[in-house]
Design a protein around this ligand. Structure first.
Ligand code: GAF
Length: 361
């Protein structure tokens, strides 16, 4: 990682000191105390830039958002944890997270409680990672079991592999755990070094869901990952050249976006160019965009966003745009309405901000 990301992460020292993660990681409870309802928060995430780089050690710049999951409940007798939820297939995630935490030595204390969510499912804002982290945080808390934040992120990532078979990187789970209000997280997924990058308060995050569910996402994701790994191992067909070019240019863009955000004043013009180049690279070189996402990106710029690109794994899902905070709701609605008028697809637009990461409340 370059000089700009020189802050070495000893996750425990840096993040425990912040207090929020420490509350759930380090909160002591003696056994035998009467049950009390405990409450946990696990946000979704949006990736500002650094797409399809996290499974081969590249740079990413995500933020936790203010949409997410609440969990309420406590330890219960018996071997099985129950997380009541409308989220489809939640039992699969519970079993996967329990398995990963057991492998790390978590005592088998069961949890019983409810999950409520404001996160859209299948929209590319990591509802499944938010679920894995929520479950992991609650299970660790009731068992008085402490993990460093990125150890917990790794367990949640492996739970995603176990529950869905999708070989994701650590981007989503790390962003959800490390999130900090008003900041993005610059993370080197090779070394796990990270630092916070302040987002200008005058900028809001706009997320517009294309309404196209990511049907081929799992197969497409797996294929792209293999192709990039082959390219990094030396394969040189035109397709491998394109995948490699995306990886190399995307890493450079992550550094440049961080620099543009930290420039005084923030270099909004440069942000706009970098997001546009990032989107074009995902469309042309990595081939994970779809026409609906391309249209949304164009509409975002037309309706006054500073910057816009597809976000997440692609093959459907959402775009992320940065807009002036005072007009962001109008920009979001204009993009959504124009998109619906042109495509007939029902879409949803969210205005949010970078929020704090998962924690006990
Ligand atoms: C999905 C994956 F889960 C992440 O690990 C990441 O690879 C992303 O797609 C693409 O950048 O969200």
């Amino acid at each position: 990682m370059g000089v700009a990301v020189a802050q070495r992460v000893h996750a425990a020292a840096v993040v425990y000191a912040r207090g929020d993660v420490a509350r759930w990681l380090a909160r002591p409870r003696s056994r035998g105390t009467p049950p009390v309802t405990r409450r946990f928060w696990s946000p979704g995430r949006v990736n500002l830039i650094g797409e399809h780089t996290d499974y081969v050690g590249g740079l990413v710049l995500p933020a936790a958002i203010e949409l997410g999951l609440h969990v309420e409940g406590d330890a219960t007798e018996g071997p099985r944890s129950t997380f009541r939820s409308d989220v489809p297939g939640v039992e699969r995630y519970v079993a996967a997270v329990e398995g990963e935490l057991a492998a790390l030595g978590r005592p088998p204390v069961a949890f019983q409680g409810d999950i409520t969510s404001t996160l859209p499912v299948g929209a590319g804002v990591s509802s499944s990672a938010a679920l894995e982290v929520a479950i992991a945080v609650a299970l660790c808390a009731v068992a008085d079991f402490q993990l460093e934040p990125l150890e917990l992120a790794g367990a949640a990532q492996r739970a995603e592999h176990r529950a869905t078979g999708v070989p994701c990187g650590i981007l989503d789970q790390a962003a959800i755990i490390l999130g900090r209000a008003g900041h993005a997280i610059l993370l080197d997924t090779g070394t796990l070094e990270h630092r916070s990058v302040p987002l200008p308060p005058s900028i809001a995050i706009v997320i517009v869901d294309s309404g196209v569910t990511r049907k081929l996402a799992d197969t497409g994701y797996r294929t792209r990952r293999s192709e990039l790994e082959e390219a990094l191992a030396g394969a040189r067909t035109p397709k491998h050249e394109r995948r490699l070019r995306h990886f190399e240019t995307e890493n450079a863009r992550v550094r440049e976006v961080a620099a543009a955000l930290e420039h005084d004043p923030p270099d909004l013009h440069r942000l706009g160019d970098l997001f546009r180049e990032g989107h074009d690279s995902l469309r042309n070189d990595f081939e994970v965009s779809i026409p609906e996402l391309d249209l949304l990106v164009d509409l975002a710029y037309d309706h006054g966003a500073y910057a816009a690109r597809m976000t997440g794994g692609g093959f459907g899902g959402s775009i992320v745009a940065l807009a002036d905070a005072s007009s962001a709701r109008g920009v979001a609605n204009a993009i959504r309405d124009d998109y619906i008028a042109r495509t007939g697809i029902s879409a949803a637009a969210y205005v949010t901000a970078a929020g704090d990461g998962a924690r006990e409340l």
